[in-house]
Design a binder for this molecule. Sequence first.
Ligand SMILES: C[S@@+](CC[C@H](N)C(=O)[O-])C[C@H]1O[C@@H](n2cnc3c(N)ncnc32)[C@H](O)[C@@H]1O
Length: 193
Amino acid sequence: MSGAYIELFDVVDPDDPDAALIRGQLTGLPGQVLDLGGGPGQWTAHLHDLGVEVTGIDMVPEFVMHARAMHPGPDFRLASLFDVAVPESSVAGILAWYSLIHLSPADVRRALVGFRRLLSPAGVLVLGFFDSDNGVGLFDHKVAAAYRWPADTLVEELTSAGFVELERGRRQVADRPDRIYGTVVAVATKELQ
Ligand SMILES: C[S@@+](CC[C@H](N)C(=O)[O-])C[C@H]1O[C@@H](n2cnc3c(N)ncnc32)[C@H](O)[C@@H]1O
């Protein structure tokens, strides 16, 4: 599974709107950034190249080995996004780019609460996900089954976990009319809930 994913997604196109969003939100922050579920490490490397103190974390050894081999600069760690060994409130930004898509709704809830604990107040969370106009649901993704989420529902989960929505986006591309690519940027509230 990781080999197929690496072949498809290991390169960042700097002109892609996703790259502009990730750069715009996660550079220049006052502290470290975590790329949680960073897979092959392309976004970690992109941010590292822009001077961000960024760590890529993934639970699949093949991804972490590939990331270390392809991108010698940044720190890549093998860990679960539910169990990241950094102190609470010590992180300025988190990227979770399509890394919550395979999690059940209950686990997404749990992950967001954990992300909020890691972030300092006003810390920034950037999510990439599959958007939906028809409720939360599973579909066959190229690599493994994945969930679609209406952005409103995901934002409700973010609010419950202690975030305020900053902006959201959605777009479709001509060769994948069945997919809606969604993004949400949210900021950690002052108080931990
Ligand atoms: C669809 S891939 C996205 C990878 C990368 N963020 C990207 O944009 O190419 C989902 C990634 O999330 C990782 N992942 C899923 N659940 C995880 C967990 N509990 N802890 C750490 N990584 C996880 C998977 O191993 C995989 O690398």
